[in-house]
Design a protein around this ligand. Sequence first.
Ligand code: WQD
Length: 341
Amino acid sequence: MAKNIIVTGGAGYIGSHTVVSLIENGFNPIIIDDFRNANRIVVEGLKTILNQDPLILEGDVCDAVFLSSVFEKYEPEAVIHFAAYKAVGESVAEPLKYYQNNINGLMNVLNNMLKHNIKNFVFSSSCTVYGEPDGAKEVTEETAKNLPSSPYGYTKWMGEQIIEDVFNANPFLKIINLRYFNPVGAHKSALIGEFPIGKPNNLLPFVTQTAVGKQEMLTVFGNDYPTPDGTCIRDYIHVCDLANAHVKAVDYLISNQNGLLENINIGTGKGTSVKEIIQTFVKETGVVLNWQYGPRRMGDVIEIYANAKKAEQLLGWKAELTIADAVRDAWKWELKLANQI
Ligand code: WQD
């Protein structure tokens, strides 16, 4: 009998790709989503990819009664918690919206796990908890967590603190905080992908929207950074590799008898500059891209990328897809959204 796995925010970008990986690995994902930050086209995409209807329960993770009823009925083996707002710029403009949803949602999930004796938990954390690394730009899980530069970042930083305190009070829990670097790309079928609401904040969706004509011009935020080509460096990880990391994390938790709390970087272990992303996109797609240099963006970290050894040693996971794969898949998805394929 396939084990039930609750996936909050499972209709979202990373959540939907994780649902595909969970089913491919013999689990039964149960999506909790209120579609406030997800598009229903994902449901059709999942149906086609999976050749089955995904189990979706529409509801708010901040609704304690709803969440308790779901945990009661499905008795999940584990919970993967994605449901949260994640736009850095929006969080600066609307901090209370972010604290209200991201912190309350997490606390509600943890409360109900304790109430229903569910021990296995994977938290969607982020490299944003490192802030601007003081020393080496390649960060390990032991790299000091600097204070984040946005309310969004604080919800992840505080989220990990809440989780640590709950774990210390309930050491039978088995918890992994997956610290994502920069998720990019889409499923190779182009049936699910990223749905930026309004103007994209993140780089690759802005590149593909500019290439398809939805945006006039891509602006590179700063070319005077202390990096080889003057633009910021990140660790861009294909969303399908990221999805597989969640399955490995669930497997690891279920296979362990004792309580545990682990922070794990999920990245490729390689830094790529903004300019290199643009060059790779143009090379892989043959599309002429309208772009220009502009001023630096407030709050941008200059350079950060993962030391991903712990994920390989502990979970047996490492990234397999390349930046070229990611830009090709992202472009195919953009063309699909524009009904051009
Ligand atoms: C990457 C680089 C920009 C847009 C954030 C969150 C992180 C995660 C991913 C949720 C930067 C440059 C971007 C543009 C540009 N969020 N850029 N022109 O800021 O590294 O990370 O999103 O999971 O937690 O912190 O990602 O894609 O916004 O920016 O030049 O139009 O691309 O300046 O150097 P970021 P990003």
